[in-house]
Design a protein around this ligand. Sequence first.
Ligand code: IPM
Ligand code: MN
Length: 355
Amino acid sequence: MEMNIALLPGDGIGPEVIDQAVKVVKAVGQKFNHKITFTEAIVGATAIDQVGNPYPDATHDICVQSDAVLFGAIGDPKYDNDPKAKVRPEQGLLEMRKKLGLFANVRPTFTFPSLVHKSPLKRDRIEGTDLVFLRELTGGVYFGEPRGRNEQGTKAFDTNVYSVEEIERLARMGFEFAQKRRKLLTCVDKANVMATSRLWRETVQRLAPEYPDVKVEYEFVDAVAMRLIQWPKAYDVLITENLFGDILTDEASVISGSMGLMPSASLGLTTKLFEPIHGSYPQAAGKDIANPLATVLSAAMMFEYAFGLMDEANSISDVVNLSLEQGVVTEDIAEGGKAYKTSEVGDWLVKQILG
Ligand code: IPM
Ligand code: MN
């Protein structure tokens, strides 16, 4: 197969972890005989520094023309500490999601047998956890208008808005995911307080009869926040709005034992995008110490979701599992054992794939 992949390394550790994913994707291409072309583009603080815009048109064009986007991370402390900054790297991320129509963010949480002891939660609670969030990504309070301050600057407001159409397309994807998995769908909302949540619940209830094989549960977001760490095995597929999904998926990522391990896919109307869920981790940038596995696993999701190539995807997750079992890992999970560099982990994975 021919594949054109846009590379958006972005900020912080983005470039180093993307480098490893590229090596791994190239190795998979070699092993399975695919012709893979990469086109790099700028995004985030890097793009602000270079052209004054965190998501330049040239970058958007490259994304639209590609079959998939591999994305590193966005964010820079120099903007975090300046609430008055006129352009922010995160605006680039939001604009990219909106312009590419990436309405569904697929964020899985699963455990690795060799790392279960690293989780802050007890083994019997988390062993075998395998759940996936579908976070709505282009609506809700992230984009709702009006937003801002009153004239005196003494009041600030954001608006949470959802249309039936936005809820329905995400919910349908949730039902379809559930059909391919353990057939349990949890609709996470705050329907006891919020009008938008009531529309979510109503919409999901209307669709449910079309998917009779899927059991649907409705649960308030505060309860999910609690049960997620008490008994994560209770969940299979969870659907939720943008802000709830942002918060809960960070919480869920800790279950696996390291945030450096969880990949994600953003799916929607045009080109699909794949990125690790950890951020730009600026303290580690340029040091060759960051964990590349979440990005490498995002590349595995790319083979699965963008190209439907399961053998290729599995060849990546298999070697990632092997690296964890054999302790070929970066310092965040090395625990007194040898800590490998980011690039060494990448090289090792390549050798296993080709070996
Ligand atoms: C994420 C991030 C972003 C979000 C930020 C960087 C805007 O936290 O991808 O989860 O809130 O969506
Ligand atoms: Mn987040």
